[in-house]
Design a protein around this ligand. Structure first.
Ligand code: RB5
Length: 142
């Protein structure tokens, strides 16, 4: 199960990503926002991050205007490794190296076509399970 959320700045891209996930036959849960009315990104960043941290979602996708505020929010939740990606190389590397469990996107930064490729790369790349990466992730967690 993929948890997805955005603020108003990410609403249109969230709709496009959900359509894409449906076309791929992937299950998702939409944590809002549900319109383009102005709202606060921490509310949605927190909701998806908690769902991933407690295990009701395996992965998360978060979108705001820049992707920055919503990724900062998600990374405050213990166990969350949210990666703000604007290219496919980073999306692949953060799965292989960081075992990132949330992808953050900036809807005012990347176009829809690139965003969907980043989503696919993030979802389709497994963690490397390399000892050095496991050791480094443990060090993030303290
Ligand atoms: C909303 O205007 C904007 O601040 C928000 O979407 C995001 O970019 C914050 O980091």
């Amino acid at each position: 199960m993929i948890g997805i959320g955005s603020d108003h700045g990410g609403f249109a891209l969230k709709q496009a990503i959900m359509k894409h996930l449906e076309a791929r036959g992937l299950e998702y849960r939409d944590y809002g926002t549900y319109s383009e009315a102005s709202c606060d990104y921490p509310d949605y960043g927190k909701a998806v991050a908690l769902a991933v941290a407690e295990g009701s979602c395996d992965r998360g996708i978060l979108i705001c205007g820049t992707g920055i505020g919503i990724s900062i929010t998600a990374n405050k939740v213990p166990g969350i490794r949210a990666a703000l990606c604007g290219d496919c190389f980073s999306a692949e590397a953060t799965r292989l190296h960081n075992d990132a469990n949330i992808l953050a996107l900036g809807a005012r930064v990347v176009g829809e076509g690139l965003a969907l490729k980043i989503v696919d790369t993030f979802l389709d790349t497994p963690f490397s399970n390399d000892e050095r990466h496991i050791r480094r992730i443990r060090k993030i967690e303290g």
